[in-house]
Design a protein around this ligand. Sequence first.
Ligand code: TYD
Length: 137
Amino acid sequence: MPKQKTFIMLKPDILKRGLMGTIISRIEDKGYQIERAQIMDLDKQMIAHHYAHLLDEDFYPKLEAYMLSGPVFAMVVTGENVITGMRQLIGATDPNEAESGTIRADFAKNVTENAIHGSDTEENAAIEITRFFNSYE
Ligand code: TYD
């Protein structure tokens, strides 16, 4: 399996709770590399693009408010089979359904405040990296 890139984002409460280092350690412990990273404030337009598939959901306003509640930590993470590997490390969307030992099982408060985002496909990884870092290198 060749090296892949994925887009990972630590969501606002992880920064507020001082858990960035803990989560980054889990990513590095797995053997992945952080290639690019930045702390950034999202605006409504950026959130609407990132979560375009969810705009019509009842929970969207809650999701938007959460993503506006503080800065996020955006990363490009690389490694062998990293897209699937990070999705496994992250766990199911709802922390109550996430396998124990996953980041969401251990750190997410609920299905909305679920700690971390990871791209689900190679195509979306490329789109998300370009959206957040202005280039796909
Ligand atoms: P989704 O793309 O379905 O999941 P994932 O983040 O695991 O790829 O959903 C995107 C985000 O939308 C999710 O991380 C949190 C939010 N969300 C809610 O707030 N409530 C919900 O019921 C669902 C399904 C998602």
